[in-house]
Design a protein around this ligand. Structure first.
Ligand code: DQA
Length: 163
């Protein structure tokens, strides 16, 4: 089924933003015992398949720069305001543990956001146990490996269907 709204007879498909922060471009070679062997391109394909299953459009991005991530959240916020956003899946990497600016952007735009981590951050170093984002996220998902991205998109699609 298409997840969208009708505008003059045409279905406007809703969009999911999947945003990846610093060092996630290194997936596949970065600490494979922690993050697995899949590359970011593999993750993009998993997300595309999940969005296709739900009739959602996908915007998939990665940046090592906090401000670029902020700009994408603001862009998602404009779609949200127009009723055209299904939600955002954000793996902010280490910015999770440092970025008040990302938390402010999530709160300020009001986007429905799933905070995602490939690893179980609570089974790791204590500095990974605090997140500035969790309090402003709709949901938090960690420890499912890269499969978590598809699960997060499934969850956003179900939230859309329930809304
Ligand atoms: C991560 C966990 C963070 O603590 C870390 O800085 C990352 C990746 C994860 O996906 O498990 O870069 O967000």
């Amino acid at each position: 089924m298409l997840a969208g709204r009708l505008v003059q007879g045409a279905v406007l498909v809703k969009t999911v933003f999947v945003l990846n922060g610093p060092n996630l471009n290194l997936l596949g070679t970065r600490e494979p015992a922690v993050y697995g062997a899949h590359t970011l391109a593999d993750v993009g394909q998993m997300c595309a398949a999940a969005c296709a299953r739900h009739g959602l459009a996908l915007r998939f991005h990665q940046s090592n720069h906090e401000g670029v991530l902020l700009d994408w959240i603001h862009e998602a916020g404009r779609l949200h305001a127009a009723g055209d956003l299904a939600g955002v899946v954000l793996n902010a990497g280490a910015y999770t543990h440092t970025s008040i600016a990302l938390a402010d952007a999530i709160k300020g735009t009001g986007v429905t956001l799933v905070e995602l981590h490939i690893s179980n951050v609570f089974a790791r170093e204590s500095f990974r146990h605090h997140s500035y984002l969790s309090a402003v996220a709709r949901a938090v998902m960690c420890g499912f490996g890269v499969q978590g991205y598809g699960l997060a998109i499934d969850a956003l699609a179900q939230m859309q269907a329930a809304a």
